[in-house]
Design a protein around this ligand. Structure first.
Ligand code: HEC
Length: 182
């Protein structure tokens, strides 16, 4: 019997003829390749864990990048914020504050000669780098000495980190000065 093209037609409905053809080989190749790849991936990354999975690698890279940035610029917003979240550095900052700053800002930072550091009002900005700048350069004409030379960058960072922890504690003290900031 000669091959009749109509042999392939398995279903006709409303003049639409449905054939039962083989899936093309290229299509099957992609299908089976993805299955093999998926199985290999599952085996390597999830079952034997013989290679670190991408998420672990990504987190390690982000951590390394953060450390490199901190090392490159110990006075950045990031570096000071990181210090403000590290109890050991905050504690050292507190000691610097107690020995160097309380005479003018008082023990809880509520202000006397210098402004209240616990309210929402700031004359020179309240970003970590603003505070580090105030501490480093001071405002000699207004009675705030420059501490950069005396303390050095390490202590300036730690005392700035400590000041960050005083922010918005709203200890009653010297009246608000400057502009209200978040
Ligand atoms: C001799 C007094 C004195 C000492 C000591 C002192 N300050 Fe000040 N501080 C001031 C005065 C006065 C101002 C306000 C400057 C102005 O009006 O511009 C000020 C301002 C500041 C500001 C900016 C506040 C704002 O509203 O923007 C910060 C932050 C600050 N001091 C932190 C410190 C830290 C930290 C220390 C210790 C390392 C310190 N100060 C030591 C007198 C002092």
């Amino acid at each position: 019997m000669s091959a009749n093209p109509n042999d392939k037609i398995v279903h006709t409905y409303d003049d639409i003829q449905e054939e039962d053809n083989h899936l093309p080989n290229w299509w099957l190749f992609i299908l089976f390749s993805t299955i093999v790849f998926g199985f290999g991936y599952w085996l390597v990354f999830h079952t034997t864990k013989s290679l670190p999975d991408p998420r672990t690698e990504y987190n390690a890279e982000v951590d390394a990048l953060k450390k490199a940035r901190l090392a490159a610029n110990p006075m950045s917003d990031e570096a000071i914020l990181a210090a403000a979240q590290d109890p050991a550095q905050v504690e050292e900052g507190k000691k610097v504050f107690a020995s160097t700053c309380v005479s003018c800002h008082l023990a809880d930072g509520q202000g006397l000669v210098g402004p209240n550091l616990t309210d929402k009002f700031w004359i020179h900005g309240n970003k970590p780098t603003d505070i580090a700048k105030s501490v480093t350069e001071g405002y000699a004409d207004k009675g705030m000495p420059p501490w950069g030379q005396i303390l050095g960058p390490e202590k300036v960072r730690k005392v700035s980190a400590y000041v960050m922890t005083l922010k918005n504690k709203n200890v009653p003290g010297k009246e608000p000065q400057g502009v209200e900031l978040e």
